[in-house]
Design a protein around this ligand. Structure first.
Ligand SMILES: CC(C)(COP(=O)(O)OP(=O)(O)OC[C@H]1O[C@@H](n2cnc3c(N)ncnc32)[C@H](O)[C@@H]1OP(=O)(O)O)[C@@H](O)C(=O)NCCC(=O)NCCS
Length: 290
C-alpha cells in the first residue's frame, strides 16, 4: 500500500492529514487522556490507506536535543487503526530519516511492541511517560505565586532561566528561549494567567505552567520547574499545587500531567498531591539506515 506524503508546500492537505491522525487517535484514547500530538508543526506527514478513511497516519518533526544526547534529532508520532498493526513497518519506513527517530506509538499495545521488534530487532524503548491524574481541589497548600506578565521581558527571561536550569538533562524540555515561551503562550489553552511564578529566596525560582483543554473541561500541568538551587526543600508539591489551585479557580475538577516514569522527585511530589498513574506511554528508538 502506498504512503501519501504531505509537507508545508501543501498546507491544506497536510493539515487534513494531521486531523485524520488526530481523529484515529482520539477515537482510541480513554476519555481522560488528552493528546495533541498531531497539533504540532511537523516536517512531513505520511498517510496510509484510502484518503477518506486512512488506516494510519505518522508525522515527523525536527526536535532539538540537549547537547550530547544520543537521541536522533527527529521525533515521529504514529497512530494506526486497531487491527492495522501489520502496516506499522511500511508507515514508519516511509518517513524514517537515515539517522533514525524517536517514535511514539500510542496507546501502548502488545501487538505494536511485537511488530516493532519484528521489523527492527535493534529498536529499543527509550522513554516511558506516566499519564497521572488527580481530582481537584487538592488539599496541599500552594506556594504563593503570581501570574506571568507577558509584556515584561524580565518575567519571560525568568521562566527561561528556571526552565533551562531545571531541565538541563531533559531530552527535549531544555533549550527554552524567550521566543519559544511567547510561542507556547499563544498555543490553544495556554495563557499568561495560567503560568504561575513563585519567588523563592528573593528571586523567581519556580514556575508552574498550566493548560486548559476546554472541550474536555480538563486541566493539565504542562511544565513545572524549580531552580536546582531550591531543590530538595519539599517545594515540588506546593509548587504544583499553585497550578492546580489556579485551574480549580477556573472551574475545573480534574487535572492531568505527563511525567517521565524515572523522575522520582517529581512522581513522589505528584503522588503526595493525590495524583495516580492512569496510563503509560512509551517511545521507541528506531534506527535509520546510517
Ligand atoms: C520535580 C521537582 C519540582 C521536585 O521538587 P524538589 O524540591 O526537587 O523535590 P522535593 O524536595 O519536593 O521532594 C519530593 C520527594 O522526592 C524525593 N526526592 C527529591 N529529590 C530526589 C532525588 N534526586 N531522587 C530521589 N528522590 C528525590 C524527596 O525525598 C521527596 O520524597 P518524599 O515525598 O518521600 O518526602 C524538582 O526536582 C524539579 O524542578 N526538577 C526539574 C524539573 C522537573 O523534573 N519537573 C517535573 C517534570 S514533569
Amino acid at each position: 500500500m502506498d504512503i501519501r506524503l504531505f509537507d508545508s508546500s501543501d498546507l491544506p492537505s497536510r493539515n487534513t492529514a494531521l486531523d485524520q491522525g488526530d481523529k484515529i487517535l482520539n477515537d482510541q484514547l480513554p476519555a481522560l487522556q488528552v493528546d495533541d500530538r498531531f497539533h504540532n508543526e511537523p516536517a512531513r506527514v505520511g498517510v496510509l490507506g484510502p484518503s477518506d478513511a486512512p488506516i494510519g497516519v505518522a508525522s515527523i518533526t525536527a526536535t532539538s536535543r540537549r547537547e550530547g544526547s544520543s537521541l536522533p534529532p527527529w521525533t515521529m508520532q504514529l497512530v494506526l487503526r486497531t487491527g492495522s498493526e501489520d502496516s506499522l513497518c511500511s508507515l514508519v519506513s516511509g518517513l524514517l530519516p537515515s539517522s533514525g527517530a524517536e517514535v511514539w506509538i500510542r496507546p501502548e499495545h502488545q501487538t505494536v511492541t511485537d511488530e516493532v521488534q519484528r521489523c527492527w530487532p535493534d529498536a529499543y524503548n527509550c522513554r516511558r511517560l506516566h499519564l497521572m491524574a488527580v481530582d481537584l481541589p487538592v488539599a496541599t497548600e500552594p506556594i504563593p505565586t503570581r501570574a506571568l506578565n507577558p509584556n515584561d521581558e524580565a518575567d519571560l527571561e525568568a521562566v527561561v532561566r528556571v526552565n533551562n536550569a531545571a531541565f538541563s538533562a531533559h531530552p527535549d524540555q531544555a533549550g527554552m528561549t524567550v521566543d519559544s515561551v511567547r510561542a507556547k503562550l499563544a498555543g490553544i489553552g495556554h495563557g499568561a494567567q495560567g503560568v504561575r511564578l513563585a519567588e523563592i529566596d528573593g528571586v523567581i525560582n519556580g514556575f508552574c505552567w498550566t493548560q486548559i483543554h476546554h472541550q474536555r473541561n480538563l486541566g493539565e500541568i504542562s511544565v513545572i520547574g524549580l531552580h536546582p538551587d531550591v531543590h530538595g526543600r519539599g517545594l515540588g508539591a506546593p509548587m504544583t499545587a499553585a497550578g492546580l489551585h489556579w485551574m480549580h479557580r477556573q472551574g475545573l475538577s480534574q487535572a492531568i500531567l505527563y511525567v517521565e516514569a524515572g523522575n522520582t522527585a517529581a512522581v513522589k511530589s505528584y503522588r503526595r498531591l493525590g495524583f495516580h498513574v492512569a496510563h503509560d506511554d512509551v517511545s521507541w528508538m528506531i534506527p535509520g539506515a546510517q
